[in-house]
Design a protein around this ligand. Sequence first.
Ligand SMILES: [Zn+2]
Length: 195
Amino acid sequence: MVRTGHFLKYLQINLQQILGVKMLNGRVLVLNADYQPLNICALPRAVGLIYLGKAQILETRDRPISTVNCTYPNPSVIRLYSYIRKPYASVKLSRKSILTRDNYTCQYCGKRDKYMTVDHVAPKRRGGKTDWENLVCACRTCNSKKGGRTLKEAGMQLLKKPIKPHFVLPNQYTQVVNSELDTTWWKYLEYFITN
Ligand SMILES: [Zn+2]
């Protein structure tokens, strides 16, 4: 099995020569063959992968890439045709990682704020576990409203099922993702988390 780093290094090509493109700015979200997020790469590398028939474009940006002779689609999300085995870093369970997973959004009322609490869905006193599947981000109001009751007893519902995130986004990409908030990246990053 080829490792990601070696594979991508192998594919580094000089686009300036091939396409005559002087400047290619932008970041592209790279998905594995199974649509799992793999990494974020610079636009030239993404164009290289497409050019070599190693990846397909799933989403594009409005402005195409123009060269002297022609225009090319400007990829925003690409998917590799071959599956790359990637050792996903395991995500450490913490207050911050729960809040990040839930995007600082109360999982009961949908309110988003930077001051949030972590709530045990099944109450801790009644055997509720401290794990990814039982912890959610909650606003103070909902947390105290629910108290030590179960969802059913409190007549409350979760916005979505809490799960363990499977993708750790390296620190240096956090800013990139934040600046891509309005693009189509989110639907592919539903359960990503920054470390
Ligand atoms: Zn709330």
